[in-house]
Design a protein around this ligand. Structure first.
Ligand SMILES: NC(=O)c1ccc[n+]([C@@H]2O[C@H](COP(=O)([O-])OP(=O)(O)OC[C@H]3O[C@@H](n4cnc5c(N)ncnc54)[C@H](O)[C@@H]3O)[C@@H](O)[C@H]2O)c1
Length: 445
């Protein structure tokens, strides 16, 4: 199968045709002012959405609630999905967005200010790089890159092009998560000693039986930088993109991103100097489609002596339930200090002193950047050129923990990382794996 690293005339014409056909179905609903690109002061931020499966559609719905933005373009190699997403925008905002099969055509549209990327993981950085090079600000779903080198390239590109980046770690908009982090930063728990972070274990299974590529799917563009494999019914689903190693590191990164993001929000131990990772993990079904690490138990020792215990929920249960008792859930982050502990998960919280969480504003001068409306926060950053509430620098930090944890599991050895040099120190030769090969030259597009 050939790569699709150029825009074919057929694809380009197809994109225009689809947009025209869709527009023709509701001609009276198109505010021409918006489609032409609005340059008046106070204009709405004009968004493009790239990847509108489960999460992309959820984000699309959330962005329809943001008055200061309007969704003018949608891209997905599944025709039915981009058409369905277009209808959402038309119903919610009486706007007919342009529909694209190929993200490069969407990125070539100067009317688009910023893009929301919710593709499978293997596309996050290739499309993110192309977007910032095309002058767009980016909201990118977690996890970040397929390799540590991809993450570094993304940071360099964002800095060079001065683009806003917001990460898909929306629990940063949860009030109790913010309180937890500010309690830690302002010394309520005393000196930080240990962090537990845990996330749902990955799944096994997934069919390897080939099926015909479904009508309406540009499979080559779906695979993009990933290896060419026969299409199967599970490969082209959310679970395929979460648990298959062709596209993802697995939940050690995909779900781990959330509790690790809270961990790095509340500490700077990971930035101070060399960190060593050691741990073990298992792949539930190595010969099936879902072949990523499903269960993990990793300890990272930071330069200042703080230890991060990063676990899948099956491993975490006996560790966490003694102090989180009834509401430990399948994900969370707990900070332990010399004077107590605080813990949060998605919608859950607990502390050694429950009164701490009752404080709307804790004492001390450390305040985090916070917005209780996560999607509006992105639009305001883009509009006002203000710092992101979930910046790329933080995404690199949390994602590095996932990559290095997995490397420690795979090698069975202690992995030593120097965050200041952004470099693997040992074992010898492992630094080469900061780059993982991809199909085609998608990092250059
Ligand atoms: N923040 C969260 O809590 C959260 C929750 C779920 C998923 N996610 C993330 O969102 C991403 C998508 O997950 P999902 O569950 O929606 O998967 P999904 O498979 O339902 O959706 C991915 C979509 O991307 C499309 N796509 C593939 N290649 C593309 C390309 N070249 N250009 C444009 N679109 C392309 C697919 O056709 C599909 O429609 C993943 O990275 C996942 O980790 C985040």
């Amino acid at each position: 199968m050939k790569t699709t690293n150029h825009i074919t005339r057929r694809r380009f014409a197809g994109g225009l045709l689809q947009a025209a056909l869709f527009a023709a179905t509701a001609p009276n609903l198109v505010p021409l002012r918006l489609l032409a690109g609005d340059t008046t002061p106070g204009k709405r931020i004009q968004l493009g959405h790239i990847g509108v499966g489960g999460q992309g559609t959820s984000l699309l719905n959330n962005f329809q609630n943001v008055d200061a933005a309007v969704s003018l373009a949608i891209c997905d190699p599944f025709r039915q999905r981009r058409e369905a997403a277009g209808k959402v925008v038309t119903q919610r905002r009486q706007v007919v967005p342009k529909l694209y099969n190929d993200f490069r055509e969407l990125l070539a549209d100067p009317a688009i200010d910023a893009v929301v990327i919710a593709t499978p993981d293997h596309w996050h950085v290739p499309i993110g790089l192309a977007a910032v090079r095309a002058g767009k600000d980016v909201y990118i779903e977690k996890p970040l890159g397929h390799s540590l080198a991809q993450n570094q390239a993304m940071l360099a590109a964002c800095q060079q092009h001065r683009k806003i980046f917001q990460y898909g770690t929306m629990q940063r908009a949860e009030e109790m998560v913010k309180r937890c982090v500010e309690l830690v930063l302002n010394g309520y728990i005393g000196d930080l000693q240990r962090i537990d972070a845990w996330a749902p274990a990955g799944q096994g299974g997934g069919s390897l039986d080939e099926i015909p590529v479904p009508e309406g799917l540009d499979y080559d563009l779906y695979l993009g930088p990933a290896p060419v494999r026969p299409c199967t019914k599970d490969r082209i689903t959310s679970k395929g993109s979460w648990h298959c190693a062709d596209y993802a590191l697995g939940f050690i990164a995909g779900w781990g991103a959330h509790p690790l993001d809270i961990a790095i929000w509340g500490m700077d131990s990971d930035k101070k100097g060399r960190t060593s990772f050691h741990g073990k993990g298992t792949v539930r079904t190595p010969n099936a489609l879902f072949n990523t690490c499903s269960s993990w138990d990793v300890n990272a020792r930071f330069h200042d002596g703080v230890i991060l215990h990063f676990m899948s929920d099956d491993v975490a249960k006996p560790v966490v339930t003694p102090y989180r008792a009834d509401n430990w859930e399948n994900n969370g982050t707990t900070f332990f200090g010399s004077r107590g502990w605080v813990s949060v998960g998605r919608g859950t919280y607990a502390a050694s002193n429950p009164d701490w969480f009752k404080l709307k504003q804790c004492a001390g001068h450390h305040r985090v950047r916070y917005h209780n409306k996560y999607y509006q926060a992105f639009v305001e950053s883009v509009r006002d050129r203000t710092p992101s509430v979930a910046p790329l620098e933080d995404a690199l930090r949390s994602d590095a923990i996932s990559h290095l944890s997995l490397m420690a599991i795979k090698t069975g050895q202690e992995v030593v990382w120097d965050p200041r040099k952004y470099q693997i120190i040992s074992p010898a030769g492992l630094a080469e794996q900061m780059h993982t090969p991809i199909r085609g030259d998608w990092l250059q597009s």
